[in-house]
Design a protein around this ligand. Structure first.
Ligand code: ZN
Length: 471
């Protein structure tokens, strides 16, 4: 048997992201006593003492160096981080240090920064200072709380601003302003971290995101959501699990982790005899069961996967749900080209706002179009779908006529596939017009791969138009 250590170390690939949950607890003093709260009893029984935090690992460019980015550093995090390197079997020679390269801070509550001085001490021992990224308000709050780390020059603060992207190692990061309720420290943010095509929302400790451009949150590979309770309790300053269900649908977040759960506020619902939801602080397994059955009831089982996170859990972009869906599409494409199992419809998740689906009615000269955004779903049907041949400007054009009803005719349809001048993306211009009135009219941005699927589906399912008038 080969027992050399190189055989067991994790080698990261280009653009692969490993994300480790370092802890999931809110301020431990607020969990309640274990006689009342089964969650508090579970935490005590397992000796868990780590606040909410995660580590991200990715390769720096073409080198073998691995960049370790830490997000928040409350109680127990230093120990947990040390463990992460050995848990993940990361070759320490690829790391500049066992300590993180940089720390992102979401806000200055104790449970997110309490071990910052300890981390600064350890980093200074390695003869460098600790790079901390946070808003200017958060920096001032940290310095007020820990004046020593500033006066000793142990920390170099890098100021970030909501909605302004910055680069950090291999990552591209956008802070988003967060309203964290009544005790919200000024300058609280959540972060969206991107690495190549991967997008992760690190979204704990917020009640709402004022004025956010929701395109930034659309279609993440992973969303980490902080929830203090199951039922909505805005006084916690955080969203609830039930609100998390809405957000994953709204953002099309196929995979999500729930952190920061406490559940104490849900006892309030127990006084309402008509209330049918959870009315206690649940254990991890109980919460997971309730979440799974809810996803099943709303018919989102399989489409959305929500996991109650625990310390030590690792999310690997190479094994993510998004990755496996892409893999299935590839297989399907290969099957199609061998002439079998031609798909009944093509469904596309755009780069912003929309999911849409085009379907040819099997035995009818009809086209069905479904367009779904965060709020609405349009289901439209059209007659005589035709490809417009020789369309100008490199466009692919599909048209269809309104369905004739008893009293009036439905809207006409025109779909244009237009390459963007910049290259790798396409606009799908979809217009459903009834007389002079738009039933639907928008440009939908999609990637190159999906464009090829769409073009192919159209080519294989619809006839060319013979009428020159439609050119
Ligand atoms: Zn907080």
């Amino acid at each position: 048997m080969n027992t050399s250590s190189s055989a067991t170390t994790t080698k990261l690939e280009q653009d692969q992201l490993l994300l480790r949950i370092n802890g999931t607890l809110p301020d431990i003093g607020t969990l309640g006593n274990e006689e009342k709260s089964e969650r508090a009893a579970e935490v005590k029984r397992h000796g868990i003492n780590t606040n909410t935090s995660c580590s991200l690992f990715a390769k720096v460019g073409e080198t073998n160096q691995i960049f370790h980015l830490l997000v928040d550093v409350g109680q127990g995090i230093l120990k947990s981080v040390e463990k992460s390197i050995s848990d993940l079997r990361i070759d320490t020679s690829s790391l500049s240090s066992i300590l993180p390269e940089a720390v992102l801070i979401t806000h200055s509550h104790e449970d997110h920064i309490s071990e910052l001085p300890l981390l600064a001490d350890r980093t200074t021992n390695k003869s460098r200072n600790l790079k901390v990224y946070c808003t200017s308000e958060c920096r001032d709050q940290i310095i007020t709380k820990f004046p020593k780390i500033n006066s000793n020059n142990q920390v170099s603060f890098n100021i970030v601003q909501p909605d302004q992207t910055f680069q950090l190692g291999p990552f591209s990061i956008i802070p988003i302003l967060a309203d964290h309720g009544e005790n919200s420290p000024a300058g609280s943010v959540i972060y969206v971290v991107k690495l190549a095509n991967h997008k992760v929302i690190i979204g704990w400790d917020f009640l709402s995101l004022p004025n956010v451009d929701e395109n930034l949150l659309w279609n993440p590979d992973l969303a980490i959501l902080g929830t203090q309770s199951y039922n909505p309790h805005p006084q916690t300053g955080m969203i609830s699990v039930s609100e998390a269900f809405e957000l994953v649908r709204r953002w099309n977040a196929k995979e999500s982790y729930i952190v920061h759960y406490r559940g104490l506020s849900d006892f309030e619902e127990a006084t309402n005899q008509w209330f049918r939801g959870p009315v206690k602080a649940m254990t991890t397994n109980e919460l997971q069961k309730i979440i799974d059955s809810h996803l099943q009831i709303i018919g989102s089982e399989g489409k959305f996967k929500m996991t109650v996170a625990q310390e030590g859990m690792v999310w690997d972009s190479n094994k993510s749900l998004a990755q496996s869906i892409q893999g299935k599409e590839k297989e399907q494409l290969q099957e199609d080209s061998s002439g079998q199992n031609a798909p009944q419809f093509v469904e596309i998740e755009s780069l912003q706002n929309y999911i849409f689906r085009i379907e040819k009615e099997r035995n009818d000269d009809k086209l069905k179009l479904m367009i779904e955004d965060r709020i609405n779903r349009f289901n439209l049907e059209f007659d005589k779908p035709r490809i417009v041949e020789n369309a100008v400007d490199n466009k692919d054009v599909l048209i269809a006529q309104g369905v004739k009803g008893m009293l009036a005719k439905g809207p006409d349809l025109r779909i244009e596939i237009i390459p963007r001048p910049e290259g790798s993306e396409y606009y799908i211009k979809i217009r459903a017009l009834k007389g002079k009135k738009n039933v639907f009219n928008d440009d939908i941005l999609i990637n190159n791969r999906d464009t090829q699927r769409l073009k192919r589906y159209i080519k294989e399912n619809f006839m060319p138009s013979v009428s020159a008038a439609n050119k």
